[in-house]
Design a protein around this ligand. Structure first.
Ligand SMILES: [Zn+2]
Length: 136
């Protein structure tokens, strides 16, 4: 089940956790919605709490959408809630992806019941509708 994805995300981020997986899913959803390629020609602006584990969301976005610090096409702003806006360059379309707060507020409990990995796999197994608010 998506073993390559799981191994690569773990290798990139250093561990497999629910916030990184949530960021990966958000990045993928944004690209699919915009019908945009990853890595180039897009930029991501991420709002999230500035400390781990919620900030692990940013690494998931980097992995899922290919917007990275080195290319300068991702920025982060401290916030209580979590969301990402992905915009196609040169005045293109944009989409705001908002994870459901009731989902990520359960992550601490899921990690306590199992582990960061089991919580991440639970996120991977959920549908976009379960994870994210309807796209604006
Ligand atoms: Zn993490």
């Amino acid at each position: 089940m998506n073993q390559q994805l799981i191994d690569r995300l773990r290798a990139f981020h250093g561990h497999l956790g629910p916030f990184a997986m949530l960021g990966y899913r958000a990045g993928k959803l944004a690209l699919a919605h915009l019908q945009a390629p990853s890595h180039f020609g897009i930029r991501a602006h991420v709002l999230c709490p500035p400390q781990t584990p919620p900030s692990c969301f940013v690494d998931g976005i980097q992995y899922g959408a290919g917007c990275t610090m080195g290319k300068g096409n991702i920025s982060m702003e401290a916030s209580e809630g979590i969301e990402v806006t992905v915009t196609v360059d040169d005045g293109g379309a944009s989409v705001v992806i908002r994870p459901r707060p009731e989902v990520y507020s359960s992550f601490a409990e899921w990690m306590k019941e199992g582990s960061d990995e089991t919580a991440a796999l639970r996120v991977l197994g959920m549908t976009d509708d379960e994870l994210f608010e309807p796209l604006a």
